[in-house]
Ligand binder design. Structure first.
Ligand code: TZP
Ligand code: MG
Length: 212
């Protein structure tokens, strides 16, 4: 069973005005000690996604981690093929992507597989799959996802916790203000897009302090 860090940072290309800005944010998260980072790009062509993912990895590999902090685990959103091609550490699939077992076939046994879920039935199914972690959400209202599923609230996190023993990631509208309550509801980790954007290093440090 994998061990999830409390903070799971998601870098969504649509939130940055250039790839360079995204790479810089990644470096700041790295400096803050963020141990798990997802690269999410819903709009670019596959080759552009691959090139950016490789550059992201190269930038983070080139930096020496702070003492006691490992290199971040890098997760590719949606695409198992690009996860392999970019030599990422894992892939995250949603309900509209490859089924978990199909993604697993591509990435093999060693890389991480995460699965997004939005209701009890999906949590149960993901829990029975070869996923390494199950993500549940949106916990709160979010502006970072097109056509989000209904908000599940903290009761939804509690329910998901009862339905699977796999490591549980909560996502959607999670901020420094509410993240503690999400962990207390049973999540092992919180995935965050927007509340890391403004000053990535400072916000990540604050998240990590609050979640310690
Ligand atoms: N899946 C469910 S909510 C969400 C995704 C990708 C977006 C989370 O972004 P934010 O800005 O942290 O609410
Ligand atoms: Mg997806």
């Amino acid at each position: 069973m994998i061990s999830l860090p409390r903070l799971y940072a998601i870098l969504d290309s649509s939130c940055f005005s250039s790839p360079e800005d995204l790479f810089r944010a990644a470096e700041e998260l790295f400096t803050a000690g963020v141990a798990l980072i997802q690269y999410r790009n819903k709009s670019a062509d596959a080759q552009v996604v691959l090139d950016q993912a490789r550059e992201l990895r190269r930038r983070l590999q080139a930096r020496a981690p702070a003492p006691g902090i490992p290199k971040p685990t890098l997760i590719m959103n949606d695409r198992s093929d690009l996860c392999l091609a970019a030599e990422f550490d894992g892939v995250h699939v949603g309900q509209d992507d490859l089924l978990p077992e199909s993604a697993r076939k591509i990435i093999g046994p060693g890389r991480w597989l995460g699965v997004s879920t939005h209701n009890s039935q999906q949590v149960i199914e993901a829990g029975q799959s070869s996923a390494d972690y199950v993500a549940i959400g949106p916990v709160f209202a979010t502006g970072s996802k097109a056509n989000p599923d209904p908000v599940i609230g903290l009761p939804g996190v509690r329910q998901a916790r009862e339905l699977t023993r796999k490591p549980l990631v909560a996502i959607g509208g999670i901020t420094r203000e509410n993240c503690r309550s999400v962990i207390e509801a049973g999540a092992d980790s919180v995935a965050v897009i927007s509340d890391l954007l403004r000053d990535p290093r400072k916000s990540a440090e604050e998240f990590l302090r609050i979640l310690r």
